[in-house]
Design a protein around this ligand. Structure first.
Ligand code: PRP
Ligand code: ZN
Length: 292
């Protein structure tokens, strides 16, 4: 029996945890929780999933504990800014968007990076913050923490913090406000730069291609409508990210056709209104389950 298994590391709890598992499921992998809660095994493919702290994921992937990981680009960038290697981004995954921000008490008056001179800033991203400060020519003291950075100003451990902001709920709950963006982030799929066993490499490629399909179909829609033949050029212009649409005959009609297209970008009500204005009728927008 073949015992080789591919190891994927995902965040144990936090902003990316749920969506990471959802992505794995949508890609057609049936996951079973292991007894420990810290791992899942995939039933229909030789894949194991480790649930770990997001900050540890690049290190685990770099040193071979995991072959692949789903992690915020900010965490990856922090490792790279510290000179760490061994991890490579495969593709962005379109969820978990956030900003790495400098934030402080709501009453703090920020007038550009110069306002940071001489202050203490607590963060779990010391390398990215160092880069930002030196690019801005600012002298500030960095207090490196391993979590719960948002409490630092209240405990007088620091004047300000540099942390991830997604919904803003954490900042608000702690009476803090963001006033500077250091970098934008989102979840990305990363892999180890080491050479894998050929079977595992093939499996990794198939997993990435399925993930790519799930991400592409997220916003994609199948759009159908009837339209006057003369309106075709205008309709092709309006359809977002559609390429060349399929044009079909309508029985008994010479002047009108049916138009079908896969739109790779969101189809908004405004798009439908524009199509109608161009002469389209019976417009249908359908979700796409899979796309490759
Ligand atoms: C980040 C950050 C905040 C939270 C912000 O944590 O440290 O705690 O997300 O999100 P919000 O703006 O929606 O409130 P992360 O997911 O990296 O988990 P960790 O701190 O446990 O590593
Ligand atoms: Zn984190």
């Amino acid at each position: 029996m073949n015992q080789k298994r591919l190891h994927l590391a995902i965040q144990k709890s936090g902003r990316l945890a749920e969506r990471s598992l959802e992505l794995v499921r949508k890609a057609g992998f049936r996951v079973n929780k292991s007894a420990s809660d810290l791992a899942y095994s995939v039933e229909n493919a030789p894949i194991d999933i480790w649930c770990v702290r997001d900050d540890d994921i690049p290190t685990f992937v770099a040193n071979g504990v995991a072959d692949l990981g789903i992690v915020g680009r900010n965490v990856l960038a922090e490792r790279a800014a510290g000179g760490g290697d061994g991890v490579r981004e495969i593709m962005p995954l379109g969820f978990g968007r956030c900003r790495l921000c400098i934030a402080g008490p709501e009453r703090f008056e920020y007038r550009g990076p110069g306002s940071l001179n001489g202050l203490r800033i607590a963060t779990t991203y010391p390398n990215l913050l160092t880069q930002f400060l030196s690019a801005a020519g600012v002298q500030a003291e960095i207090v490196t923490m391993s979590g719960a950075v948002e409490v630092a100003p209240r405990l007088k451990l620091a004047d300000l913090i540099c942390d991830l902001v997604s919904t803003g709920a954490t900042l608000e709950a702690n009476g803090l406000a963001a006033f500077e963006t250091v970098m934008e982030g989102e979840a990305t799929l990363v892999r180890s730069t080491r050479e894998l066993d050929p079977d595992l490499e093939r499996l990794l490629e198939s997993l990435s291609s399925r993930f790519r399909g799930v991400c592409a179909s997220q916003d994609a829609k199948y759009v159908m409508m009837n339209a006057p033949r003369s309106a075709l050029p205008r309709i092709a212009e309006i359809l977002p990210g559609a390429g060349a649409p399929t044009v079909l005959e309508l029985a008994g009609r010479d002047d009108a056709v049916a138009v079908h297209a896969v739109c790779q970008e969101s189809v908004f009500w405004e798009t439908l209104e524009a199509l109608k204005e161009a002469g389209a009728s019976a417009i249908l927008v359908l979700s796409i389950e899979k796309l490759m």
